[in-house]
Write a protein that binds this ligand. Structure first.
Ligand code: ADP
Ligand code: MG
Length: 256
């Protein structure tokens, strides 16, 4: 049975997609059968996995609208050893089209239900909003992984997200919980970053992952080659952090 995790944070540019792609590649590199679901119409996780979003005949859009099965719509990543359920701009329309449909917030959950035996991990890259797409991600997931930068306003933004997760838990998905907070784009020389990081540990205890992802240019370069950073330059500090994070996740799910 797959562990299904949504990678979410309503802020844009905080490292959701980088985390989803590199965690998927790092889990796959450690022998885990992994599916990456791209729920962002920007399709960055799709492109970063080496799947051309402009050439898709079938995508997550078709699955959400019930036009195609997941089995027919998933694509293997040519660069990572995982499957993708890719996205492109079509998905922006799904939001409106789904409103009319029954079970509109559970369409991804239902599509994944037949395939939980195919994978050890399913990772869902959420868009930077609390939209119906994100709600589908949160309803399909067992837990949320929250990437965050250790900045002054980070804790404030976090309380909005925590409230949203509580609401989804209460109204739609009693399985949902926060798996953990991942510190990303971390700069150890930045004093404020260290302070915020220490505050996070105080408030959230072992909900803060031990792995810390540093700011690392190789992670930012990799998507333009259609590769996860973990594949593009495995020895880079960024890749090593995501490999350590994957090992930590593999350990953590054993306790679930
Ligand atoms: P989101 O999906 O939350 O919008 P992204 O993962 O797309 O965020 O990251 C935003 C930008 O920051 C991208 O250009 C990405 O390459 C870059 N980035 C993400 N993580 C790192 C990192 N650890 N070091 C350097 N650049 C990063
Ligand atoms: Mg993104």
């Amino acid at each position: 049975m797959a562990h299904i995790f949504a990678i979410a944070n309503q802020k844009g540019g905080v490292g959701k997609t980088t985390t989803t792609v590199n965690l998927a590649a790092a889990l796959a590199a450690q022998g885990q059968r992994t599916l990456l679901v791209d729920l962002d119409p920007q399709g960055n996780a799709t492109m970063g996995s080496g799947v051309d979003k402009r050439a898709l005949q079938r995508s997550v859009y078709h699955v959400l609208l019930g036009l195609e099965t997941l089995a027919a719509s998933r694509h293997p990543s040519p660069s990572g050893k995982y499957d993708t359920l890719p996205a492109n701009r079509d998905l922006a329309g799904a939001e409106v089209e789904m409103v009319e449909l029954e079970y509109r917030e559970k369409r991804l959950k239902r599509a994944l239900a037949e395939h939980t035996g195919d994978y050890d991990f399913v990772l869902i890259d959420c868009p930077p909003s609390l939209s119906l797409l994100t709600l589908n991600g949160l309803c399909a997931a067992h837990g949320v992984i929250i990437p965050m930068q250790c900045e002054y306003f980070a804790l404030e933004g976090l309380s909005d997200l925590v409230n949203t997760i509580k609401k989804v838990h209460a109204n739609f998905n009693p399985d949902l919980r926060i798996i953990g907070l991942l510190r990303v784009m971390f700069d150890p020389r930045n004093t404020l970053g260290q302070q915020v990081s220490a505050q996070l540990e105080q408030h959230f205890g072992d909900k803060v992952f031990r792995a810390i992802v540093p700011r690392n240019v190789r992670l930012a370069e990799a998507p333009s080659y259609g590769m996860p950073g973990v594949v593009f330059d495995r020895t880079s500090k960024g890749a090593q952090a995501y490999l350590a994070f994957a090992a930590e996740m593999i350990e953590r799910v054993k306790t679930f």
